[in-house]
Design a protein around this ligand. Structure first.
Ligand code: PLP
Length: 418
């Protein structure tokens, strides 16, 4: 056997044949990462969209330390604990009105699986079995089999295609073509699907594709009119990214089921929650044990992760945090201005604190040759920026400074000449 690499670790979304060396990180603080070779790196993508306030944010670190000494794990079937109770009640206060129950899991993908199972469980238990799921083109909902099934098909999941279940897909509401999306949704809703799942306002992994709040509102209205459960996947859009705490607020929409993860613990520990309306819980509430919601993972509502989440939820009650989000959104808009007039860049756009733009190259798409080149170029500049093909986006933690952003965007300008 030939040893292909020095470390036995198989990294996620990494082609080891092309990228033999991983960057070793020793420490994180605020918007910065410190590498083993002494370099300081600006984290311009919040370490894959999870870090909100900053790395090792002191109130969250303290909460983790305290909880670790008191109770670090407990089976969550038949048991509960204070951090979980606190997270559940704080979530219901912050989330759109009308969501009544909180189910814990441990990642965005599992929160989506839970959402799909809740929707199907509802229809099964009321004796009107429905199983078809409606999705939006270019969506991403995670990498487990169910989450992949409701996400875009492509190079990422070609090998697993035979296992993925069939869904109905409505087109992405590109500017000027919103009506087509709404008409398509209305048409499929007539066939009584179980649910429609969508990323509100921004499709993340699909390329930071943005659409307006009125479309989100219309999609919810259509689902409601046809009695189709509306699932909002706020795994990425939650926690201030779109300018409001949750994206659905901007459309004044209460989803029937909502998934939150990534920034739920401020990016410190893995945790997710799926919230649902009372009716969905009610359909599972029965003396008949076969109507139980049969889902769990070993670490459901881990107390340390819940303590981190509780510390994060407390932070969102401080108006200064919303102020930081607004300040980052303003700085981000200002940084984009020169790009809007630069014809080497296309589709220059922003929603809240997230900006995205495309390098005008002939060969686009996720596997575009430009991708690895950009990654290496930004890495050499001490920036953690990980373009999606030729789409460059900036999604910083909220402690980012104007000086950090200046450095980030100066590198993006130069990247156009690679
Ligand atoms: C990241 C992401 C997921 C999956 O979350 P994991 O924690 O990586 O499993 C699901 N939905 C959306 C919208 C995401 O951005």
């Amino acid at each position: 056997m030939t040893r292909r690499k020095t470390s036995p670790i198989w990294h996620p979304f990494t082609q080891h044949a092309l990228q033999p060396d991983m960057v070793k990180i020793e420490r994180g603080e605020g918007a910065y990462l410190f590498a083993a070779d002494g370099r300081r790196i600006i984290d311009a993508i919040s370490s894959w969209w999870v870090v909100t306030h900053g790395h090792c944010h002191p109130p969250i670190v303290r909460a983790i330390q305290q909880q670790a000494e008191q109770l670090n794990q407990i089976i969550f079937a038949g048991h509960t604990h204070e951090p979980a109770e606190q997270v559940a009640s704080a979530m219901l206060k912050l989330a759109p009105r009308g969501l009544d129950y909180v189910f814990f899991s441990d990642s965005g993908s599992t929160s989506v699986e839970v959402a799909l199972k809740m929707a199907l469980g509802y229809w099964h238990n009321i004796g009107e079995p429905r199983s078809r799921i409606v999705v939006m083109q270019h969506s991403y909902h995670g990498d487990t089999i169910g989450a992949m099934s409701v996400g875009a098909r492509g190079v990422f999941n070609a090998a697993y295609g035979p296992l993925l279940f069939d869904v109905a897909t409505v087109p992405f509401p590109s500017e000027g073509q919103e009506r087509e999306t709404l008409d398509a949704l209305e048409a499929v809703c007539r066939d009584k699907p179980a649910a429609f799942i969508v990323e509100p306002l921004i499709l993340g992994a699909g390329g930071m594709l943005m659409y307006p709040a009125w479309v989100l509102k219309e999609m919810k209205r259509i689902c409601e009119a046809f009695g189709v459960w509306f699932i909002a996947d706020e795994v990425m859009t939650g926690w201030g990214r779109t300018g409001t705490l949750f994206a659905c607020e901007q459309a004044d929409v209460t989803p029937d089921i909502a998934c939150y993860s990534k920034g739920l613990t401020g990016g410190a520990l893995p945790l997710a929650v799926t919230l649902c309306r009372e009716e969905i819980f009610e359909a599972h509430f029965s003396q008949d044990r076969s109507r139980t919601f049969f889902h769990s993972s070993s670490y459901t509502a881990n107390p340390i992760a819940c303590a981190a989440a509780k510390a994060n939820l407390d932070l969102w009650n401080d108006p200064a945090v919303a102020g930081r989000v607004a300040a980052v959104a303003t700085m981000q808009e200002k940084a984009l201005t020169p790009f809007r007039a630069d014809d080497r860049f296309k589709n220059v756009r922003r929603t809240g604190t997230i900006t995205a733009l495309e390098l005008d190259v002939r060969d686009g798409g996720y596997l575009a040759g430009i991708g690895p080149k950009l990654l290496a170029f930004f890495g050499n500049r001490g920036l953690l920026l990980r373009p999606l093909g030729n789409t460059i986006y900036v999604m910083p933690p909220y402690c980012v400074t104007q000086a950090d952003l200046d450095e980030i965007y100066a590198a993006i300008v130069e990247a156009a000449d690679l």
